[in-house]
Design a protein around this ligand. Structure first.
Ligand SMILES: NC(=O)c1ccc[n+]([C@@H]2O[C@H](COP(=O)([O-])OP(=O)(O)OC[C@H]3O[C@@H](n4cnc5c(N)ncnc54)[C@H](OP(=O)(O)O)[C@@H]3O)[C@@H](O)[C@H]2O)c1
Length: 310
């Protein structure tokens, strides 16, 4: 596999990642029908064929059902394993687990990290998770415990690289100072409707510390993609029409322009494409070839902010 730097290491060759959160077509594992599994496999295969080389999962996506669909595909077509890196996450526990009145919470305890990794490895049908991310900041985290869990997983060959998700810069620093190994990625929500990372220090820290930002929901969950809409009178219409104009100029769809806007940033953002439609999954990779003009980049920023720059 050709590689490119992610964080402080050489990790992926593609500038786009494929997000597996929606491949089961449901969040209830009991609702995964053979038809849904077939559709999920078709999405994954389209992403492999289109050249995505980082696939993003989490243990909570359909309660492990998305990892299982991917694992079943790898069992049936083992050659795919060498074509892409697999990322997953742990640390979120939904309410009602283990008891009906248990609250929704986060857990970065050593025991939880180790047990979650074992379950993901089994479901994904792999010996190694390439990138293991802590999903949302656990306010009770003990960095020394996390370090122990990471060391055990790394030494056993079960995890190659570690990352975080939805961490503020100071939370990344608090963890990174103690774990004695690089934080490869911070996976955060970044798109033209969510600009916080550009001003809250997240992307600055990524540049300073060689942490790769992975952008989740790069199309804002769909409205920034081709055919996406906002309500009548919504001020975001202006942004969408600018995107459409640029799409026409570059002979692509609005999706690729929204993704190219992220790719232009010097922190080397990797957008995680979330469509489940093979055609859209293939189409999105065209973003990689677009280098937006600096003026157009700022034009989109100002439209997204809905106010001029100082
Ligand atoms: N770390 C976190 O906390 C976190 C949170 C959320 C997501 N994520 C990760 O980010 C990934 C992407 O998130 P996302 O699915 O919300 O991303 P997204 O790309 O912003 O949204 C994808 C959704 O938009 C729809 N869509 C509509 N028009 C589209 C178009 N032209 N092109 C592509 N999609 C279009 C898709 O529907 P169709 O399927 O019908 O195309 C799909 O429902 C997830 O799979 C997951 O890996 C992480």
């Amino acid at each position: 596999m050709n590689t490119q730097r992610v964080g402080q290491t050489d990790l992926v060759s593609s500038r786009l990642s494929y997000g597996c959160m929606r491949i089961a077509g449901t969040w209830n594992p009991n609702e995964i029908t053979p038809e849904r599994e077939t559709a999920g496999r078709a999405a994954l295969l389209a992403a492999y064929e289109a050249g995505y080389t980082l696939f993003d999962h989490a243990d909570i996506y359909c309660a492990g059902g998305c990892e299982t669909i991917h694992g079943n595909l790898l069992r049936d077509t083992p050659s795919l394993r060498d074509q892409a890196l697999i990322a997953t996450k742990c640390g979120i526990i939904f309410g009602g687990n283990p008891n009906p009145d248990s609250p929704h919470r986060y857990d970065f305890s050593k025991a939880h990290i180790l047990a979650s990794a074992e379950k993901s490895l089994k479901r994904l049908n792999v010996e190694t998770i390439d990138l293991y991310q802590l999903h949302r900041p656990d306010l009770l985290m003990n960095p020394a415990e996390i370090a122990e869990a990471f060391d055990l997983l790394h030494r056993a060959g079960k995890v190659r690289w570690f990352g975080v998700s939805n961490f503020s810069p100071s939370f990344v620093t608090a963890l990174a100072r103690h774990i004695g190994r690089p934080v490869a990625v911070n996976q955060v929500e970044i798109h033209l409707g969510r600009l916080d990372c550009f001003s809250d220090g997240t992307l600055d820290q990524c540049i300073a510390d060689d942490i790769t930002p992975l952008a989740w929901s790069p199309l804002g969950g769909g409205w920034l993609g081709e055919g996406g809409t906002v309500g009548a009178g919504d001020p975001r219409h202006h942004l969408l029409s600018l995107l459409d104009d640029l799409a026409k100029q570059h002979e692509v769809t609005r999706t690729e322009i929204s993704l190219a806007w992220l790719l232009k940033h010097p922190s080397k953002i990797i957008p995680i494409v979330g469509s489940t439609k093979p055609e859209k999954i293939r189409q999105a990779v065209k973003a990689d070839a677009i280098d937006l003009h600096r003026e157009d980049w700022y034009r989109l920023l100002v439209a997204a902010r809905q106010k001029g720059l100082p």
